[in-house]
Design a protein around this ligand. Structure first.
Ligand code: SAM
Ligand code: SF4
Length: 348
């Protein structure tokens, strides 16, 4: 019998029925914020005096594993661990180790994370060993002083060392850069050139009106349509049709031979192909990054320690309420943000 005549692997045969929302979208991508804490205080993300959740409210590593595994049992194929800063979460590697069993069984296609990279040098080898293949690292400037100002104290050299360590460990790194009118607008071409020179994709993100921060976001909002126009004045941008499971649209820059992504929640609505939901570190499931609609999964998790039935039922019920899309617009001066929770609570 040739290998092609073999029966399908068990995991393949027993693939669960995927979660489908009321608009027919298959939801098979879960982003999990494993902590609301962070070692940085990026100006667009957190207030300088950010207060954090009491420990009792935060799910334990075992609870996070159980919740993520319930999603995997309901057809989730991709898990992204984020935060706050995921590498600041005590027991983070234990969680990755536990979840990696789903990669080995074939139930999960990808286990990945978004990190600020400050502790990546410490973690890179273990992450690669446990089956992580790709990760996103957020870098908003390659100028050490600007980086320190935007992150309120971050050390760029630490992050660059982390990126190098990740590449040395065989991990594919993508850079995430929030476009900031005052802080990095002029630097963006240089950052793209640097990333592509290192063999890294880079994705630009528009600032989203999420959470109360100290600064006025209208001062920093930079539409990516404007950035794209500028880049097109000296580079050739060829749109790529490849569909990753994220919200970015990609182009290839012919001169640098690298990929550049655009995440434009404000200038381009990306909801029609949304395949994801977000879980906070307290077990609240948000059905859309730009809406307040949510479901408490911690209660069924804690009230039924030995039985995942009620938890799965709560997940299915929540998915039946996933909204069609968001209605972001950058707030006018003094206006309240579209969504009051900070990004570090819901995860990027
Ligand atoms: N701490 C990690 C990091 O910075 O990569 C993971 C969590 S962070 C909330 C995830 C992503 O969200 C980062 O790329 C960050 O730049 C982005 N982000 C945070 N607040 C944002 C906002 N208001 N608008 C757009 N992107 C934001
Ligand atoms: Fe921390 Fe990431 Fe928010 Fe910056 S963007 S404050 S690194 S959670």
């Amino acid at each position: 019998m040739s290998p092609f005549d073999q029966p399908a692997p068990v995991a393949e045969a027993a693939r669960p029925v995927p979660l489908i929302d009321p608009f027919g979208r298959t939801v098979d991508y879960l982003r999990v914020s494993v902590t609301d804490r962070c070692d940085l205080r990026c100006v667009y993300c957190m207030s300088e005096r950010q207060t954090f959740l009491p420990k009792a409210e935060v799910l334990s590593i075992e609870e996070l594993d159980r919740l993520c595994s319930a999603f995997v049992a309901l057809g989730t194929r991709k898990l992204r661990l984020t935060g706050g800063e995921p590498l600041m979460r005590r027991g983070f590697l234990q969680l990755v180790e536990a979840l990696s069993r789903h990669l080995r069984s074939g139930a999960l296609d990808e286990l990945t994370l978004t990190t600020n990279g400050t502790r990546l040098a410490e973690f890179a080898l273990d992450l690669a060993r446990l089956g992580v293949r790709r990760l996103n690292v957020s870098v908003d400037s390659l100028d050490a002083d600007t980086y320190r100002r935007v992150t309120r104290g971050g050390e760029l050299s630490q992050v660059l060392a982390g990126i190098q360590a990740a590449q040395d460990a065989g991990l594919k790194v993508k850079i995430n850069t929030v476009a900031l009118k005052a802080d990095n607008a002029r630097e963006l071409p240089r950052m793209i050139d640097w990333a592509h020179g290192q063999g890294l994709d880079l994705t630009l993100i528009e600032t989203m009106p999420i959470g109360e921060v100290d600064e006025d976001r209208t001062d920093q909002y930079l539409p990516l349509s404007v950035v794209r126009q500028q880049l097109e004045s000296f580079w050739t941008l060829t749109p790529l049709v490849d569909h990753t499971s994220g919200p970015a649209r990609y182009v290839r820059i012919e001169e640098t031979q690298g990929r550049l992504g655009f995440i434009t929640p404000l200038t381009h609505n990306f909801c029609e192909s949304c395949n994801r939901v977000r879980l906070t570190c307290t077990g609240t499931l948000y059905l859309c990054l730009g809406q307040e609609d949510c479901a408490d999964l911690r209660a069924p998790l804690r009230e039924h320690p030995g039985d995942d039935g009620p938890l799965r039922e709560a997940i299915r019920e929540a998915l039946s309420r996933k909204p069609k899309g968001h209605d972001f617009r950058i707030e006018r001066r003094g206006e309240r943000p579209a969504v009051s929770r900070v990004m570090s609570t819901t995860g990027g």
